[in-house]
Design a binder for this molecule. Structure first.
Ligand code: MN
Ligand code: MN
Length: 483
């Protein structure tokens, strides 16, 4: 009997042909998923299509149900043999990722280019978004309620967009500044076009139309003076508007009721000569969405009712009606209780529930090992990571999972032979972070953060291990079906 704990390497545990081919298959599916799901709305749409494929209905009378709120958060549930009063197995992840949101007044032109102003969403390192191809994703809702889905810059035939970085020759002053001061949010402006509108391409203004003619589709400015000036100036911006109008029927005012975001363009990729790593945007936290969904869909007739939920807004604090601080989960459970077991109280269900906050962990970075405390750091390829508590400096703002619950979980995984690790985010005085765990813990359920390690988290090209993705999928499956 080995008294010492030895972390296990997934590559050594899953080295037989069957495991390796399943790992490969999962990785390929994951890369495809990651390449097309770059926003919370796209992710929720994908999850919805999978739910429908597996026979889930948007109806709580069904034993396989899903519910979507505002297109940005989704819950799936599968009725178990045991009563709801025994609690549910709940796994939650988030479908939003850091990015650059277009401002509501985005469009302008300067120095012969048309640009879009942005307001970044979540924790980004601004310089990582410069001088790289960007795509535009999102929705525009016209005044009549018509919703237009936009994805520009992903098809190889599409143009891409970019934020031009400063040339090194003229950056002598900038490079002496602190990183926090060197890069300004107001300089994160995305280049959208360069050529001026020709005379016949200029959008017709109200003045050109006869009195009484409908001019609701007019992108012109609000004052008469500005209208005239805009016609002569802003020709590059006008060209961009013309192209948006031709392609999507948009006028400038439509951008007020829009959620457009600039995200890294292009597909996720395998990384390394052995293709053992996966690089791509949005793996925090879509790696947990993907593995959680796969694990959930692989179940049949479970003992305990299984609930899967994907939230929005985690990267900006979980506020808003689609974030984890909202009452969406509560409402869904109430609907489930009404439909399946009306005599049961919501608080009983919650207090008997076991939950996983499925979110990524910071894997030890080979170049920045000094920010990690090695004894309590996680390694790529060593399986999903338990983070007993998040928070910062003195566990402030943490959900600290109960020892009893950690024991229950490690027992399940050990029995199934799935590698896992126990870690904390970094050195105590260096920083910290939070997840949705604490917002669920208020219900009295058992919850812990558990997900794969990521290198370069929150960057436009995050890195995960194929072996960790496979192990995470297996671990979530064990959790769902554990007695
Ligand atoms: Mn996350
Ligand atoms: Mn994050």
């Amino acid at each position: 009997m080995n008294l010492e704990f030895e972390p296990k390497n997934c590559w050594q545990i899953f080295n037989d042909p069957e495991h390796l081919s399943q790992m490969e298959q999962l990785a390929k599916e994951y890369v495809d998923f990651l390449s097309v799901c770059k926003t919370e709305r796209e992710t929720v749409n994908f999850v919805r299509s999978q739910a429908l494929k597996y026979g889930f209905k948007e109806d709580f009378a069904s034993s396989k149900v899903f519910k979507i709120h505002r297109g940005k958060t989704i819950l799936l549930a599968r009725k178990g043999k045991k009563p709801l009063a025994n609690g549910v197995r709940l796994l939650g992840a988030h479908a939003d990722s850091p990015r650059l949101d277009l401002k509501q007044h985005p469009l302008y032109e300067e120095c012969q280019v048309a640009l879009a102003k942005t307001h970044y969403y979540g924790g980004i390192r601004k310089y990582q978004w410069l001088s790289r191809p960007l795509a535009l994703h999102g929705v525009v809702v016209k005044a009549d309620g018509t919703k237009i889905d936009i994805v520009l810059g992903e098809d190889p035939a599409d143009p891409v967009f970019t934020i031009a970085d400063l040339l090194p020759h003229l950056a002598h002053k900038q490079v002496t500044k602190k990183v926090t001061e060197a890069f300004e949010a107001e300089k994160l402006n995305v280049i959208l076009g360069h050529s001026p509108a020709r005379k016949e391409e200029k959008m017709e203004s109200c003045e050109d139309k006869k009195m009484g003619e409908d001019c609701k589709d007019n992108p012109c400015a609000s004052t008469e003076d500005a209208k005239h000036k805009n016609k002569e100036k802003n020709l590059i911006k006008q060209k961009v508007l013309k192209l948006l109008h031709d392609k999507f029927g948009l006028v400038e005012e439509d951008l007020f009721s829009a959620e457009l975001m600039a995200v890294p363009a292009g597909p996720a990729r395998f990384v390394g000569l052995d293709k053992a790593l996966i690089g791509g945007y949005g793996q925090d936290d879509r790696v947990c969405v993907f593995t959680g969904l796969k694990a959930f869909l692989a179940q049949e007739e479970p003992e305990y009712t299984q609930v899967l939920i994907f939230w929005d807004k985690e990267e900006i604090g979980s506020d808003g009606s689609t974030g984890a601080k909202s009452l969406f989960l509560e409402y869904c459970l109430e609907d489930m209780i009404d439909a399946w077991e009306p005599e049961t109280k919501l608080r009983t269900v919650f207090q008997n529930t076991k939950a996983i906050s499925a979110d990524v962990h910071a894997a030890m970075d080979p170049d920045y090992q000094e920010v990690h405390e090695k004894l309590n750091a996680s390694l790529l390829g060593h399986g999903p990571v338990f983070c007993k508590f998040t928070g910062h400096k003195g566990k402030y703002g943490a959900n600290d999972a109960h020892a009893e619950y950690v024991a229950w979980l490690r027992n399940i995984l050990n029995k199934a032979g799935i590698p896992w690790q126990m870690a904390e985010l970094g050195k105590v005085d260096i920083g910290g972070g939070g997840t949705v765990a604490k917002f669920l813990a208020i219900y009295g359920l058992d919850i812990i953060d558990f997900g794969p390690g990521v290198l370069a988290m929150h960057s436009p090209f995050e890195i995960t291990s194929k072996a960790d993705i496979y192990a995470t999928y297996l671990a979530y499956k064990e959790f769902f079906q554990a007695e």
